[in-house]
Design a protein around this ligand. Structure first.
Ligand code: SF4
Ligand code: ZN
Length: 328
């Protein structure tokens, strides 16, 4: 027999599907949706402009799927006129294949233009191959290469499609993990760049927005299930690095101090705002000698990584500005 769930603390008449950790409040699906919607709208009201073309980096996972769903919903209710498209990068893992199926179902359901591109068409290598070629104990994981190579593809494809903003599915937990990792590395320029729609000195970098930045991961999961949004709930099995430990530590901290995640995000973002105001960080960008993408040095990170990978995969990779599928 199914356990009886408490009633929603807001509306008082529907069964709750989610408990807010920070307050202990029980919410039904409809009240959770209203709550998430007001958080997402407060971000979008600030970062979107009339005439924008927003490309959603759609992985097929729950976060980016909810991002696309909420952007479509916002467009229907907003005075702003903006276009919406979705880009999915296939990194060549079996995990991504399943997620791409969900992404295709969602874009078909919402009637959104969807471009699926393959990492190897742009770089000449994919993450599955990198993973099997890396020697045991190598100083970087396949996930580190993947993150850099994937970001490069999304920016390139979004720009080619004429996008003025790239929307990613980063939720509040992701944003906080990234802030803490940047702090731990002492990477102040990365912290200063990590806000919403931060304009780069290079017009080649499409500004990024994070519509779910105020929404917790647990809320995303509960809402995606409630709304029946097609999405993959699996986690990429290649996830490695500092993020895994930071995530675990924050979840433990949250048990003894409910609400600490929001507190930390607000505190760190107040510091970031100060850093930006002080104009202490000015970055000069130039074009990568090999691929032409913006970079602070002579070579962008993606090209540095591909140079490192060539002897490992034992063949030449793609560095030029033309993808294998023919798009420039
Ligand atoms: Fe790539 Fe790492 Fe994300 Fe997996 S978790 S898709 S390896 S960046
Ligand atoms: Zn480059």
């Amino acid at each position: 027999m199914r356990a009886v769930r408490p009633l929603c603390d807001r509306c008082g008449h529907r069964e709750a599907i989610h408990t807010v950790r920070a307050s202990g409040e029980n919410l039904c699906g409809e009240c959770l949706f209203q709550d998430v919607r007001s958080k997402v709208y407060s971000v979008l009201d600030r970062v979107l402009e009339d005439g924008d073309k927003v490309a959603v980096a759609l992985s097929g996972g729950k976060d980016s799927s909810l991002t696309l769903y909420m952007l479509k919903e916002y467009r229907e209710n907003s005075r702003l006129n903006f276009e919406l498209t979705a880009i999915t990068v296939d990194e060549g893992t079996p995990y991504r294949r399943a997620a791409i199926e969900e992404a295709s179902k969602l874009t078909a359901m919402l009637g959104i233009e969807h471009r699926i591109v393959s990492m190897s068409d742009y770089h000449g290598v994919n993450v599955a191959e990198i993973r099997s070629a890396l020697p045991a104990g190598w100083r970087r994981s396949a996930c580190t290469y993947c993150g850099v190579l994937r970001r490069w593809v999304i920016n390139r494809v979004a720009r080619d499609m004429g996008a003025t903003k790239v929307a990613t599915g980063h939720n509040l937990d992701d944003v906080l993990q990234t802030h803490l990792m940047n702090l731990a590395r002492g990477d102040v320029p990365a912290l200063a760049r990590s806000g919403q729609a931060v304009r780069s000195p290079s017009p080649k970098m499409v500004p990024r927005i994070k519509p779910l930045a105020l929404v917790r991961e647990r809320e995303v999961a509960a809402l995606v299930l409630h709304l029946g949004i097609p999405a993959s709930f699996g986690k990429c099995p290649l996830t490695t690095g500092m993020r895994v430990g930071v995530r675990r530590a924050l979840d433990e901290l949250e048990i003894s101090s409910p609400g600490i995640k929001e507190g930390l995000v607000q505190g760190i973002e107040a510091i970031i705002a100060r850093i930006r105001l002080s104009e202490g960080i000015k970055v000069e960008l130039r074009e990568c000698r090999l691929c032409g993408e913006p970079t602070t040095g002579e070579l962008c990170k993606a090209c540095q990584m591909k140079q490192e990978l060539e002897p490992i995969v034992q063949r030449a990779l793609l560095f030029g500005s033309v993808a294998r599928d023919g798009s420039s």
